[in-house]
Design a protein around this ligand. Structure first.
Ligand SMILES: Nc1nc2c(ncn2[C@@H]2O[C@H](COP(=O)(O)OP(=O)(O)OP(=O)(O)O)[C@@H](O)[C@H]2O)c(=O)[nH]1
Ligand SMILES: [Zn+2]
Length: 206
């Protein structure tokens, strides 16, 4: 069987801050291009508001998962740890409109590995969500960061999301949800994976 290629991994965190004046100038251009008047009352503050909103939406580009995952505990737990229903908002890199939903993150600590705080698992989702993204890559970046920083026996991430680029434009299918999963190590075993998946999705509203 051919070897799976090594995951490309997430790019290193960017240095420096977002160029707010550059975003403001670009937003002004967009307003002009659609035929609006950027000087009219309601729009005067819009370029700077959009610049600050983008700064927030893409703050994950400047955050370091290694630093986040450096808080670890010495707990002798080698069974599944699962945080489910973590809400997230991301930006589709094809259209720069939001996609949003929930992530479920599970891992099995190993004797050689580490256990981190539960909130760090949720923060890890945000670091990768707050970037120009596609859902599949968000899913694999989170699971690969777990593997890299916690050296678990296994790890699994499931992401369920609605993409506004499919709801409010284009194919116009509001309510369609995309589910992606990525599994590593012991959680690839069919029974363990099925148990984790049923815990992740059990009782979820439709
Ligand atoms: N695989 C994947 N596709 C995505 C994601 N977000 C958006 N897309 C899709 O990216 C595709 C881009 O297709 P294009 O044909 O280049 O763009 P478009 O003309 O705007 O396409 P339509 O959305 O079909 O109108 C669309 O099919 C989107 O639904 C994602 O997270 N993962
Ligand atoms: Zn899109």
């Amino acid at each position: 069987m051919p070897e799976r290629p090594a995951p490309a991994g997430a790019p290193a965190p960017l240095e420096g801050s977002v160029d707010l004046p550059r975003i403001e100038a670009a937003v002004r251009e967009i307003l002009l291009a659609v035929g609006e008047d950027p000087e009219r009352d309601g729009l005067q503050g819009t370029p700077s508001r959009v610049a600050r909103a983008y700064e927030e939406a893409f703050q994950g580009l400047r955050e370091d998962p290694a630093e986040l995952m450096s808080t670890t505990f010495d707990i002798g737990h080698e069974e599944l740890v699962l945080v489910r229903d973590v809400p997230f908002y991301s930006m589709c890199e094809h259209h720069l409109v939001p996609f949003f939903g929930h992530a479920h993150i599970g891992y099995i600590p190993s004797p050689e590995g580490k256990v981190t705080g539960l909130s760090k698992l949720a923060r890890l989702v945000d670091i990768f969500a707050k970037r120009p993204q596609v859902q599949e890559q968000l899913t694999t970046q989170v699971v690969d960061a777990l593997v890299e920083h916690l050296a678990p026996g296994g790890a699994m991430v499931v992401v369920e999301a609605e993409h506004l680029c499919m709801s409010m434009r284009g194919v116009s299918k509001p309510g369609a949800r995309t589910i992606t999963s990525a599994v590593r190590g012991q959680l690839r075993d069919a029974a363990t994976r099925a148990e984790a998946m049923s815990l992740m999705l059990h009782g979820r509203p439709h």
